[in-house]
Design a protein around this ligand. Structure first.
Ligand code: ADP
Ligand code: MG
Ligand code: MG
Length: 302
């Protein structure tokens, strides 16, 4: 079981000194669903970005720790003891992702003519290689091969040892798309080929299903979805938790998606701090009373 723990996290914009987060404490374990709610501008997206290591933000105080247990990754029987505790703030974004911390990535706009399938397989293999290097210090051999010029095209080439090959990946993808109840044709589409808002959100859940993160951060995945698509996306999130044991930090302004993805814990953020926590009933109270009520509660108590 993996745990991610934010302790007293202060963060500011990297190229300025405006402080955005003023001491965020938050803990998410694999298999749990946490909702992070708050009004616009309260610091929710900044929280997700400092977890992922976005270069636009600098953590000026506090810690973000990741703890892994011996069997946190499918296909890895035992993680060496000295590779079970990580200070995420010392790791690059791709290293955090390799250790199972997921924040959806945007497809690079400049890539043309690459299918979702190829792109996702490349992302998965890059993640596996980086992960094994971090956990076991492997991968030097492959680097030598690359230096010697043996590298094949990452999109089309045959699988290197330890990589997920084309046929194996097709099967994995099919399983995941069934799990998420997605149309198979989806994966054959080209990146950036005019996905609708709803399709982009489904895509985000598919990325998470393929990469099998221990902790997934989903930022406003419910925004702009009609009710049918919201239901599909919610089913997908529940499947991540139920079938893969993924821990989910579900960032949302609105209570609506929480009717379909029931959180174990709701955290409410105001002005860069978490000021209220509780069970699903907190989200319902918010629905009734709004964020002004939280503000009153928080500042009367303080
Ligand atoms: P939320 O996701 O809750 O709407 P954000 O984390 O996006 O909030 O933003 C929190 C506050 O920090 C806002 O006042 C926003 O304007 C400010 N902020 C966020 N990112 C930047 C940035 N890169 N540069 C300047 N201000 C920023
Ligand atoms: Mg400061
Ligand atoms: Mg936001």
């Amino acid at each position: 079981m993996a745990t991610i723990e934010l302790k007293n996290v202060h963060a500011e914009v990297a190229d300025g000194d405006e402080q955005i987060l003023h001491g965020v404490d938050l803990e998410v374990q694999s298999g749990e669903i946490h909702a992070l709610m708050g009004p616009n501008g309260s610091g929710k997206s900044t929280t997700s970005k400092v977890i992922a290591g976005h270069p636009a933000y600098e953590v000026t105080e506090g810690e973000i720790l990741l703890t892994l247990e011996a069997d946190d990754f499918d296909g890895i029987e035992e993680i060496p003891e000295d590779a079970r505790s990580w200070n995420l703030l010392e790791l690059e974004p791709n290293e955090r992702a390799a250790l199972g911390v997921f924040l959806a990535f945007q497809y690079p706009a400049e890539i043309e003519g690459v299918t979702m399938t190829n792109f996702l397989r490349t992302a998965l293999n890059a993640k596996i290689e980086e992960r094994d290097e971090l956990l076991f210090g492997e991968g030097e051999e492959e680097e030598e091969e690359e230096e010697a010029g043996y590298e094949t095209s990452p999109m089309e080439g045959p699988a290197d040892e330890g990589e997920v090959g084309v046929a194996e990946f097709q099967q994995l993808l099919q399983e995941k798309m069934e799990l998420l109840d997605m149309d198979e044709k989806f994966a054959q589409r080209y990146l950036n080929a005019g996905f609708s808002g709803g399709e982009k959100k489904q895509n985000e859940v598919l990325q998470a299903a393929i990469l099998e993160p221990t902790i997934a951060v989903l930022d406003e995945i419910d925004s702009g979805l009609d009710i049918d698509r919201l239901q599909d996306v919610a089913d997908g999130i529940n499947a991540l938790r139920d079938e893969q044991g993924t821990g989910v930090l579900q960032i949302t302004h609105y209570q609506r998606i929480l009717d379909y993805v029931e959180p174990d814990t709701v955290h409410v953020m105001l002005d860069g701090e978490i000021v209220m926590e509780g069970g699903p009933e907190v989200a319902e109270q918010l629905e009734d009373k709004g964020y002004d009520w939280v503000r009153e509660q928080a500042y009367n108590a303080a």
